[in-house]
Design a binder for this molecule. Structure first.
Ligand SMILES: *Cc1c(COP(=O)(O)O)cnc(C)c1O
Length: 333
């Protein structure tokens, strides 16, 4: 048993885990050499709190409570799934939530942003330029609340640090049970990587639990060097904070930077085709920002014969539906 820190029970878990056999058959009909494809439905960790972030927030919000903080400050893009999950959980648990949002685009009241407002989060908007000094923005607001006698708790963008990492260490433990039940040995676990916390947690979790597999994060924004450095840093910090020595030579961080598309939040047209394909074939909806890019990349790699037909590929569906719902015009064509 792993010695978990304080944790709130927030995610609807275990989430479903099953094989995408209709999609596989469809791809085989195209003459492709298709591995067995599995999906972990972390888009079903809740309704308003759905997606991967709630797993990390079980640990952050327990920590905030333990420290007696009444206000949560966190940051992200204008359609951040993470910020929406924090905003909703704040309303559910009685925290005031203050979001620092980057103006990637006009702040239309749709998707995640609509929900942020609806549940009463306070929002400060910053240009991309101002957002470069994010640490200073956090300091400013932290001090602002301290001056009026309120202790605040800061969660970094995406909830990716040595606290949030626990969320996907716990998910790795859940996956281990899924693999046992289905009697499979996963050759590869694939997921979208954005701020690195999911990748760090799965990589670390598989390592310490002895799950013999490769975790591969498909990048949606930054390059492989960025993720490899960020993830090793967070794992090393986790290791020293928790006094858990890690044999980092044996721990492999794998990032695929081939399918990032034009930029963060902007997907290649092929990604929308894949979103439609999976929706029609399996009734599963991916998003354009994260999971669609990763799933598209995985299918491209299948076409390139990177895997063999008896491999088991496990795709982690990390959510993103509300962000997709801000994209209706792009889905039309
Ligand atoms: C945040 C997010 C990711 C990426 O997870 P990180 O831990 O930030 O790398 C993937 N998919 C969705 C839908 C997300 O909201």
């Amino acid at each position: 048993m792993l010695a978990y820190p304080a944790r709130l029970d927030l995610a609807q878990a275990p989430t479903p885990f099953y094989a995408l056999d209709r999609l596989r058959a469809k791809l085989q009909d195209q003459g492709l050499n298709v591995p067995r494809l599995w999906v972990k439905r972390d888009d079903l960790t809740g309704c308003l709190t759905s997606g991967n972030k709630v797993r990390k927030l079980e640990f952050f919000l327990a920590d905030a409570k333990r420290r007696g903080c009444q206000t949560i400050i966190t940051s992200g893009g204008i359609q951040s799934n993470h910020c929406r999950a924090v905003a909703v959980l704040g309303a559910q648990l009685g925290f005031k939530v203050h979001l620092l949002l980057r103006l990637d685009s006009q702040p239309h009241l749709v998707g995640n942003l609509l929900l942020d407002q609806l549940v009463g989060a306070e929002i400060s908007y910053y240009s991309k330029n101002e957002f470069q000094q994010l640490d200073q923005l956090f300091d400013y607001w932290h001090n602002y609340y301290a001056d009026i006698g309120i202790s605040s708790y800061c969660i970094p963008t995406g909830g990716s640090n040595e606290v949030g990492i626990w969320g996907y260490v716990a998910a790795a433990e859940e996956l281990q049970k899924d693999f046992l039940r289905e009697q499979i040995v996963p050759d590869r676990i694939i997921h979208a990587t954005g701020s690195g916390g999911t990748q760090a947690g799965l990589t670390l979790g598989c390592h310490i639990l002895g799950i013999d597999t490769t975790v591969e994060g498909y990048a949606v924004c930054d390059d492989a060097d960025y993720f490899n450095t960020k993830i090793m840093y967070d794992i090393n910090t986790w290791s020293s904070v928790n006094q858990q020595p890690i044999d980092t030579d044996k721990l492999k961080v794998e990032t695929n930077e081939q399918y990032r598309g034009p930029s963060y939040g902007v997907a290649q047209p092929e990604v929308y085709q894949i979103i439609k394909l999976l929706a029609v074939t399996e009734g599963i909806v991916l998003d354009h920002c994260y999971t669609g890019k990763a799933f598209f990349g995985m299918l491209e790699d299948i076409k390139k014969d990177r895997f063999s037909a008896d491999d088991n590929l496990v795709f982690i569906h990390t959510g993103g539906l509300f962000g997709l719902l801000s994209q209706q015009n792009l889905l039309d064509n």
